[in-house]
Design a protein around this ligand. Structure first.
Ligand SMILES: [Mg+2]
Length: 186
């Protein structure tokens, strides 16, 4: 029963994401710059939070810190240049409100149609492909996991699929280069 509910929520999340991409396309024109930003381990210092106790998953998400330099170097210039900024994150649909609030609290430009949550990393690919049709897309997304185990692993199949999409991709190595935060912590 539980898995049935979960599958229904995932289907709803995907349907909503597709609708949001349609809106984003209708609010942008051919040639427009679109910056697609992941949240966990791209904007937010997410993985160390798995090593700390929290009252709830929601509290963990609400208290994530922004990684150093990423907002100033990636988000702020895009916002200044009038680029369309889309947040595309692999999070549960019921985490949408806490995610939206987190972005607002930390000064990220966001509006409801541009915070897109998907039930898997792989689900990002067809959505980004649709945004990239006729738009100039830069995507920042670590597409990695497992940092808390001391070893970074990558969603290789997703990264490979993105290579077939007309966009500029910035991944984990670029993010570490910018933020100075890899697996090392004080
Ligand atoms: Mg991430």
């Amino acid at each position: 029963m539980r898995s049935l509910v979960r599958r229904a929520v995932e289907a709803l999340s995907l349907a909503l994401a597709v609708f949001q991409i349609t809106l984003i396309r209708s609010f942008t024109r051919r040639g427009d710059a679109v910056v697609v930003l992941d949240i966990d381990n791209t904007l937010a210092d997410a993985w160390p939070s798995f090593l700390r106790p929290y009252d709830s998953h929601r509290a963990r998400l609400a208290n994530l810190e922004v990684l150093p330099n990423i907002k100033e170097s990636v988000h702020d210039p895009a916002a200044r240049d009038g680029a369309t900024i889309v947040y595309l994150s692999h999070r549960n649909l019921w985490e949408w409100p806490v995610t939206y609030q987190w972005l607002r609290t930390h000064g990220f430009v966001v509006r409801p149609d541009r915070l897109v949550l998907v039930p898997s990393a792989a689900a990002k690919v067809p959505l980004v492909r649709r945004i990239a049709e006729g738009r100039t897309v830069t995507m920042w997304d670590d597409l990695s996991y497992g940092h808390e185990t001391g070893e970074v692993r990558f969603y290789d199949d997703v990264i490979e699929s993105l290579a077939g999409v007309s966009l500029t991709y910035r991944g984990w190595a670029d993010i570490v280069g910018l933020t100075g935060r890899g697996l090392e912590r004080d």
